[in-house]
Design a binder for this molecule. Structure first.
Ligand code: GLU
Length: 400
């Protein structure tokens, strides 16, 4: 009898996490590595947030909490949803988890039965399809390539819906492309969803605050109130407030779904870290100036990276609306050979050779379901980014 579960054989380890770990270990061995694999702000968590965590420790807030989060954080989240998104959720409709990742996982575990389908536009964040499989469902991948601005069209969404569709996973601005859906683009999708009342919407709004004008962030339950009762609006403090390691994600949604997610969490991690929850209260209710400072820095970096990568031979780099990723196409590099003799058949070869021969870590496009591309996270210091892009340019120029 096999020791490992059948389910696990259908799932791969997270490539974003793996590339980040590899870059870290090569660096520890003394290699000159620039890690642009992880989607993680390079900024330090703001001091007021750290101070709130220290106060929580000193006040003895170090015990189990309610599984769905401390009341103070739930009320800060309710206020955030009202303030930023015009959405009203009461405490029974809000859930706090160990990162946005656990929110999504809880929701899928709480709702999927074998055969249930989940529509995921590609390119997608690496963990969506595998989480769906872990929960016993079937990912239905819908291509949304550069021809449509990396956005799923209303026609493609309509065509993918069947009677088994349980969820549509929506992510704007997107990881890995940075493509955002403005109000009109989103309304075109919500009009389709309104015609299919059995389909629920999982909106991953993790990059809400990293949005560059003229793009303006909006979320499905906000633009289409008729979808409110079947939308899970997911967010977190990780990307917005440079708090990736604190692991706090949250969601607002229908009471029945939130109660089911709470049940899953009560049998897995019990509650998110008590200290991190107090830090998140400060993040959401304290001074918000950090958000615009960070967004301006990311926008400046975006402009530099897009310009430098478009100047690299064989790369085409679209301009993202938000998040801190670019997703260049590498078609012009395929079939070529590096000076060290590696033949580039696909984007995985490209990223492996890029890391080995230049020390730049990025994630290959196949992991996100659309090739031939690679994802560069520009949440890194300006000088590191400039150096990385210079190395990428030299790498591409050296292909023959
Ligand atoms: N969401 C980030 C990324 O895409 C963090 C790593 C992960 O959990 O995938 O890089």
């Amino acid at each position: 009898m096999a020791f490992l579960s059948d389910m696990l054989s259908r799932v791969k380890p997270s490539p974003t996490v793996a590339v980040t770990a590899l870059a870290r270990s090569l660096k520890a061995q003394g290699r000159d590595i620039i890690g642009l694999g992880a989607g993680e702000p390079d900024f330090d968590t703001p001091d007021n947030i750290k101070a709130a965590a220290i106060r929580a420790i000193e006040a003895g807030e170090t015990k189990y909490t309610a599984p769905d989060g401390i009341p103070e954080l739930k009320s800060a989240i309710a206020e955030k949803f009202r303030r930023d998104n015009g959405l009203d959720y009461d405490a029974s409709q809000i859930m706090v988890s160990t990162g946005g990742k656990q929110v999504l996982y809880n929701a899928l575990m709480a709702t999927l039965n074998p055969g249930d389908e989940v529509i995921i536009p590609a390119p997608y964040w690496v963990s969506y399809p595998d989480m769906v499989k872990m929960a016993g469902g079937t990912p239905v991948i819908v291509p949304a390539g550069i021809e449509t601005g990396f956005r799923i069209t209303a026609e493609a969404l309509e065509a993918a819906i069947t009677e088994r569709t349980k969820w549509f996973i929506f992510n704007s601005p997107s990881n890995p492309t940075g493509a955002g859906y403005g109000r009109d683009a989103l309304l075109a999708l919500t009009a389709v969803l309104e015609r299919h009342p059995h389909v629920h919407v999982m909106s991953d709004d993790m990059y809400e605050h990293i949005a560059y004008a003229p793009f303006a962030f909006c979320t499905p339950a906000e633009v289409a109130p008729s979808l409110y009762d079947r939308t899970l609006t997911v967010n977190g403090v990780s990307k917005a407030y440079a708090m990736t390691g604190w692991r706090i994600g949250y969601a607002g949604g229908p009471e029945e779904l939130i109660a089911a997610m709470k049940k899953v969490q009560s049998q897995s991690t019990t509650n998110p870290c008590s200290i991190s929850q107090w830090a998140a209260v400060e993040a959401l209710t304290g001074p918000q100036a950090y958000l615009s400072t960070a967004c301006a820095a990311f926008e400046r970096r975006r402009d530099m990276v897009v310009e430098m990568l478009n100047a690299a031979a064989g790369l085409t780099c679209p301009v993202p609306d938000g998040a801190f990723y670019v997703y260049p196409d590498i078609s012009g590099c395929l079939g070529k050979t590096t000076p060290a003799g590696t033949h580039i058949h696909d984007d995985q070869d490209f990223c492996t050779a890029l890391l080995e021969e230049t020390g730049v870590a990025a994630v290959f496009g196949e992991a996100f379901g659309l090739s031939p591309n690679f994802r560069v996270s520009y949440a890194a210091a300006d000088d590191q980014l400039r150096e990385a892009c210079t190395r990428i340019q030299a790498f591409c120029a050296g292909l023959s």
